[in-house]
Design a protein around this ligand. Structure first.
Ligand code: SF4
Ligand code: SF4
Length: 442
């Protein structure tokens, strides 16, 4: 806990510290106070949460989840202290903290509820605030804490050292040579190139076809690029814990871009990394050493190359697949891209089908593993949380599920067998990588 700046145990003055943090957040984020004040308990959000739909637990309704913090807020910030029963107000107790830990860690911060709230209340922001308050008194999900500690120790979530990062890049170069006969590079720590690619580390160790897909795009377009062994992770689990860690994790990427003197940072296929990356100018700016626009998502980058004619795709390369697309929540409900991944898939595959309209784009259902839930310890909750996505997937004929998030990919590898769905999950750049015509620079 100390490695990530949290108290090791619940401190004796925990209540004062927690209330101080609540006060700080209320003053820092006016939106939080508005969200706590304006809910009219209409219930429009209730059945929109994938975790309520999957678990059936009424405390997983967004309005009930938020009520866990609202009742404490009412006690200390309204007349609730004088007439707690009438105001439905309660003081912050250790019992409250236990309930917070259970239910704020059964929310993946997916924001689906916010799309349906007539007032635009974003319960994910309430979850984020509650987790921040808990972190201030040393209460955090073990999985999230360990992942963040790994990033500080090794540069990536899975705790792989620099040498292994480089070895794997060389291994993929050899594989690409065998497959294509070309010298397609996966450079590491090269200074003065155009692009720093920051993928989720899982792309270099698990989602290998996605990683090779990025390399083929750079090769075919003739763009110089590099990865970084120091910033070998796009994912930012700070988003699931507290602001301090989110900022510190993101800073590594900006520092590395400066050191390597690149012109652009392109983020790989990682949902919540993208959500954090969108705030980089605010978190770690100014970014005036980079070319605009900033930040750049890999699907925006690749689609722009396709539109410019810098790369060409042959969709027959994916003819054996019927492909559908899962919008990761942190992309779909944090400003997109929504259409770029679809455009790339349609250009790379002849057989593309959408899931039902109320389950895609900004209405997408969480895979069940987001928000720091991708741990075996909460497998039952994960499988329940992904139920709505699995049901939507069953309405298609797809034998391939494409997505642009490493957490979603890892979750689907458990979820699809659990719901007896005979499809495999891959990155969008896997399909691009198979379809791309490699006739330059080899
Ligand atoms: S943010 Fe997502 S998981 Fe959390 S309460 Fe809303 S719908 Fe449920
Ligand atoms: S939809 Fe909005 S106003 Fe209605 S209960 Fe949910 S959060 Fe409250």
């Amino acid at each position: 806990m100390q490695a990530i700046g949290l108290p090791p145990d619940l401190p004796p003055d925990w209540q004062a510290r927690a209330l101080e943090k609540l006060d700080e957040l209320l003053h820092k984020y006016r939106s939080l106070q508005v969200y706590l004040d304006i809910c009219v308990r209409c219930g429009a959000c209730a059945d929109k949460c994938p975790f309520f739909r999957g678990t059936g637990d009424p405390k997983n309704m967004p309005v009930a989840r938020a009520e866990l913090l609202r009742k404490v807020y009412r006690y200390y910030y309204t007349a609730g202290k004088k007439s707690p029963k009438t105001a439905r107000a309660e003081p912050l107790t250790e019992e409250t903290l236990k309930e917070w830990f259970t239910y704020f860690y059964q929310c993946s911060e997916c924001r689906r509820c916010s799309v349906f709230c007539p007032f635009g209340i974003d319960t994910a922001e309430i979850t984020i605030a509650a987790r921040e308050i808990m972190a201030s008194v040393g209460i955090a999900n073990k999985y999230v804490s360990e992942v963040i500690a790994n990033v500080y120790r090794t540069g990536n979530n899975i705790g792989i050292p620099d040498a292994a990062w480089k070895d794997n890049c060389e291994f993929l170069e050899e594989e690409l040579k065998d497959e294509t006969g070309l010298d397609i590079r996966l450079p590491v720590d090269e200074e003065g190139v155009d692009v720093l690619l920051v993928p989720p580390s899982a792309d270099n160790f698990v989602n290998l076809e996605t990683m090779k897909g990025y390399a083929k795009v750079f090769h075919a377009a003739g763009i110089s690029w590099t990865t970084s062994a120091y910033a070998s992770e796009a994912a930012n689990f700070g988003l699931f814990l507290n602001f301090h860690n989110m900022k510190r994790i993101n800073r590594r990427i900006v520092e590395e871009a400066r050191r390597l003197k690149v012109k652009k940072i392109v983020f790989g296929e990682c949902g919540h990394a993208w959500r954090a990356a969108m705030y980089t100018a605010t978190l770690n700016g100014p970014l005036d050493f980079l070319e605009t626009p900033y930040p750049i998502h890999c699907t925006e980058f690749t689609l722009a190359l396709l539109k410019q004619g810098a790369i060409k795709l042959d969709p027959t390369a994916n003819d054996e697949y019927i492909v559908t697309y899962h919008d990761p929540c942190n992309v779909a409900r944090a400003g997109g891209p929504l259409e770029e991944p679809r455009a790339l898939l349609k250009a790379s595959c002849n057989h593309f089908e959408e899931m039902p309209a109320h389950t895609i784009r900004e209405y997408t259902f969480c895979c069940g593993g987001g928000g720091g839930l991708l741990s075996d310890e909460v497998m039952e909750v994960r499988m329940a949380g992904g139920k709505m996505r699995a049901e939507a997937l069953k309405t298609t004929r797809a034998n391939r599920l494409a997505t642009i998030c490493a957490i979603c990919k890892a979750q689907f590898r458990k979820l699809l067998p659990h719901y007896e769905i005979e499809a495999e999950v891959e990155g969008v750049h896997s399909f691009v990588g198979r379809a791309i015509l490699l006739n330059r620079g080899g």
